[in-house]
Write a protein that binds this ligand. Sequence first.
Ligand code: GLC
Length: 368
Amino acid sequence: MSRTTKQSMFLATAFLIIFNLVSAANAVPNSATAKVDPFQMDKLLGRGVNLGNALEAPREGEWGVTLKEEYFDIIKQAGFNSIRLPTRWSAHAMAEKPYTIDPNFFKRIDWAVNCAISRNMPIMVNIQQYVELYTDPNAHKERFIALWKQIAEHYKDYPDKLLLELFNEPDDALTPELWNDFLKDTLAVVRESNPNRIVVIDPARDSIPSSLKFLKIPENDRNIIVSVHYYFPLAFTHQGAPWMSPKYDPNSWMGTKWMGTDAEKKAITDEFDIAVAWSKANNRPVNLGEFGTYKKADMESRVRWTKFVADTAAERGMSLLYWEFCAQEFGLYDQQTRSWRKPLLDAVIPPAVSPPALNKAEGSNPTK
Ligand code: GLC
C-alpha cells in the first residue's frame, strides 16, 4: 500500500470519525419530545377530565358517548387543564400476529389527540378495557406489547403534551408481581421509539393508593408519572352501578350517603397521605387519574365527596382528572340539555380557580 493511499485513507477515516461525531451531536432525537420534568408535566395536568365511555367502549357510541370537537372547547372553557382518553385498542387490532391496529381507529385517536393539543391541553392516552388481561394476562402479553409498539411508534413525533399510560387499573389475574414484569417489558418497548415521553403507570389492584407499595418501576427511568384512582367507599360511589356485580351487590348499597364526618374524611386523607409518602420516598409525581360518583347517589353527597376528594388531592400538589365528562353515569356534563351539572363541576374546579370566560376576540362560546 502506497503512502498516499494510506494518507488518504487516514484522512478519509478521520473525516468519517469527525462527521459521525458532529452528526451525533446534532442528531435529531428519534422522538420529537425533549426531556420534560415529570413534576412540571404533572402541574400542567392540573385539573382535568376523562373523556370516558367513548373510545374505550367496544365501539365508540355503544356506551352513549360519541366525541365531538365542541366538547374540547366546552371542557377548556370550563377551566379544565387536561384530558385523559381511555382507549380500547384491543377491540381494533388483529387477534393474531402481527396484531395490526386498524388505521381508521388510529385516525380517530389522532383526531382526539390533536383536538386536545391544539387547545394546549395535555392528553393522556392509555390502554383500557383490554379485558382479557384481567383473566388470562400471560396469553395476551405478546399482543399487549405489540399494541404498545405500534402505538408508541405511531406517536413518537407527537408533542410532549401527549402522555402514554400503559394500562388502566391492572387487577385480578394481573397481580402486582405480574404487573411489575409487564410494565418493565412494555416500558422498554415504548422507550425504543419514545425515549423522553412522559409515560404514566398505575399500580395494580385497581390503581388504589395502598397498592403503590407493590409497584416496581425501573429506577433509571425518570420520565414517569404514577397514577392512582380513588372511589372509596365503593358502597357510596358505586351504589347501583351494574358492572360491580357479581363481585359485589351494588343494589344493596343504594341509599348510602357521604356526609363528610371526621371519620369519613380521615379515611380519604389517610389514603392520599399514603400516595404522598410514596411519591416523596420514590421521588416520582403521583397523579389522581380517576375519581367520581355514579349517578345513583344523592347529589348533595356526590358534591360533598367530589369536592373533598378534589381538594384533598390538590392540597397535596397532585393533579386530578374527574371520571367522567358526559356519560349518563358519572357525567359532569349533560349531553341532552347541553349544560354542566354546575354543583358537581364547581366541586371539581372551584369557580375561583376557573379562568375568566373567553372574550369575543378570542372565540365564541360553543355552549350557547
Ligand atoms: C374504570 C372503568 C370504567 C368505570 C370506572 C368507574 O375506569 O374502566 O369503565 O366506569 O372505572 O367504575
